[in-house]
Design a binder for this molecule. Structure first.
Ligand SMILES: Cc1cc2nc3c(=O)[nH]c(=O)nc-3n(C[C@H](O)[C@H](O)[C@H](O)COP(=O)(O)OP(=O)(O)OC[C@H]3O[C@@H](n4cnc5c(N)ncnc54)[C@H](O)[C@@H]3O)c2cc1C
Length: 495
């Protein structure tokens, strides 16, 4: 089998031999909230934080302390906050929001800052660093975990495995905050069975835009519950979540199967998602040395003791060449991006700009759309450490009203995860952003939506199309729970 340039999620480290070391560059970018290009020296209101309430934690005002909060994983948009709250308690968050509301000081909760287009940033306002709220309590009898919203999924994996349990759905990268992914959606290879992370929540504690602390669940303050999940921080700060756990397997066997075209990959994915044979299913396009792409299905079967029957799982899938089969312990499988991330950090590539595109396509449009995109896409369009993902999700598994997917029984998540590494052949960040916009508009015309964690310049009109028949619910919840309009302006939805 052609080893290609090794750009699969798991293989992309191999592609980086001799890669240029990036240097955490400050790239002036498009301001998603103001619909303008942001400068690195965004304005600060200064002075708005006199006479703040007594806090259990700390309010950071020094520019050196604020610096990490002027950036995110995208390294495209840079906004200087006026202050950063390191909460010592939920009460601190409530008190500061109550302080900020009448003063119209914008407030952005920030988990790990891994959205890529300034979504967790705020010019002159207050950033709430959620990381101090990182408690995790596992109740093995109830099979639930109650977590502070700043806790990382990696920490929850460790804590739950101590009881032989696991959350049903992980994102591919698990050093993300639980509040951050519950605000976005949280998709992974088990979403085909369990829905998104937002579909796996028992109860939330939310501090609304008026500073009210509310417990919300499907049966209690349900409107707030449903507006907070995948709500992109618009109606409140999620401070605590109770999440279901399921028994954890001990081992995982992963199959990587190569297909010659988008259509062949998608056909195999449709087959296996229909019969549910894999516990975990994703897919990717890998660059081939000398040009072009090959397409891979990544399917994983979990097991305890006896390994799965390979022939039964992959014998009828019609892949090319030899299947790659690899066994992992379950925790190593869930955290299998860790070595790649460590490598990218060591080369500096992790700190280069990431103008990412994530869109959901209707099943019927997927083959033609993705084929057309991949026919034109080159390594320069995604950068040497760029990644392209394609995998299906049955929409009947997705119940959170604000996680917007096409009106189709099956949707494909198509992600063009670009890295604009300077001093390489990669296209400049601005060109990649223009590419994202064009691809998004083409998908929108076909009934596609964006998975809003990346870098797509959006207009107010686009957001209305994005939310479709949920727009009225979302805007009513925004009006009710954030009447001052201060929360998470970096998303640019209601500005
Ligand atoms: C390397 C990498 C891999 C990824 N892989 C996946 C994947 O496999 N699947 C997937 O679904 N996503 C994936 N993502 C996207 C990721 O899920 C989102 O970007 C997520 O929002 C990041 O969490 P965070 O803690 O960094 O949030 P942040 O970027 O800090 O915040 C995101 C948004 O949510 C708001 N917010 C943050 N915390 C809270 C809170 N407690 N209450 C209310 N609002 C809040 C912020 O204001 C901001 O608007 C990946 C991202 C990266 C960088």
């Amino acid at each position: 089998m052609d080893a290609g340039a090794g750009l699969s999620r798991r293989g992309f480290v191999r592609a980086l031999g001799g890669a240029t070391v990036g240097a955490g560059v400050l790239v002036t970018g498009f301001d998603n909230a103001t619909r303008a290009w942001a400068s690195d020296a965004a304005s600060s209101s200064g002075g708005g934080f006199d006479h703040v309430p007594h806090l259990d934690g700390r309010l950071l005002l020094d520019s050196a302390d604020l610096a990490p909060f002027e950036d995110d994983f995208g390294h495209i948009v840079h906004r200087v906050p006026g202050a950063v709250l390191e909460p010592g308690s939920v009460r601190d968050i409530a008190a500061m929001i109550e302080f900020c509301g009448p003063r119209r000081i914008a407030v952005a909760p920030r988990g790990q800052g891994h959205q890529t287009f300034g979504q967790a940033q705020v010019s002159g306002g207050l950033v709430i660093d959620m990381s101090p709220l990182s408690s995790i309590t596992v109740d093995p009898a109830a099979r639930t975990a109650t977590v502070g919203a700043g806790a990382l999924w990696s920490a929850l994996l460790t804590a739950s495995l101590a009881h032989g349990l696991t959350p049903p759905v992980f994102t591919d990268y698990i050093e993300l905050s639980i509040g951050g992914t519950l605000s976005a959606g949280g998709l992974g290879g088990t979403t085909q069975h369990f829905g998104a992370q937002v579909d796996n929540v028992v109860e939330l504690e939310v501090v609304t835009g008026t500073g009210e602390v509310v417990l919300a669940s499907p049966s209690r303050r349900a409107d707030l519950f449903h507006a907070a999940l995948a709500g992109l921080g618009q109606v409140g700060v999620i401070t605590r979540a109770t999440l279901p756990l399921i028994p954890a397997p001990t081992s995982a066997r992963q199959y990587t199967l190569t297909f010659p075209s988008v259509s062949a990959l998608a056909a195999a994915q449709r087959k296996v998602v229909r019969d549910g044979r894999f516990n975990w299913l994703e897919g990717a396009a890998n660059a081939v040395t000398g040009g072009g792409w090959q397409f891979v299905l990544e399917g994983t079967a979990y097991y305890d003791g006896t390994p799965p029957n390979d022939h039964a799982l992959i014998g009828d899938l019609g892949y090319e060449g030899t299947a790659q089969i690899q066994d992992f312990s379950y925790p190593d499988f869930v955290d299998d991006l860790a070595p790649a991330v460590a490598f990218l950090k060591s080369t500096g590539e992790w700190f280069d700009p990431h103008p990412w595109l994530n869109i959901f396509l209707p099943d019927a449009a997927t083959d033609a759309y993705v084929t057309a995109v991949m026919d034109k896409l080159t390594l320069a369009d995604i950068g040497a450490s760029g990644v392209v993902l394609l995998y299906p999700v049955p929409t009947c598994k997705l119940h959170a009203p604000l996680l917007r997917t096409p009106d189709s029984e099956l949707t494909f998540l198509f992600a063009v995860l670009r890295t604009a590494a300077p001093d390489t052949d990669a296209l400049p960040t601005a060109t990649m952003l223009e590419g994202n916009r064009a691809l998004y508009l083409a998908a929108q015309a076909l009934g596609g939506t964006q998975y809003p964690v990346g870098s797509i310049p959006m207009t107010s009109h686009d957001w209305r199309i994005q939310y479709g028949d949920a727009w009225q619910f979302f805007s009513a919840a925004k009006h009710r729970y954030d009447p001052h309009g201060i929360l998470a302006p970096g998303q640019g939805i209601f500005s």
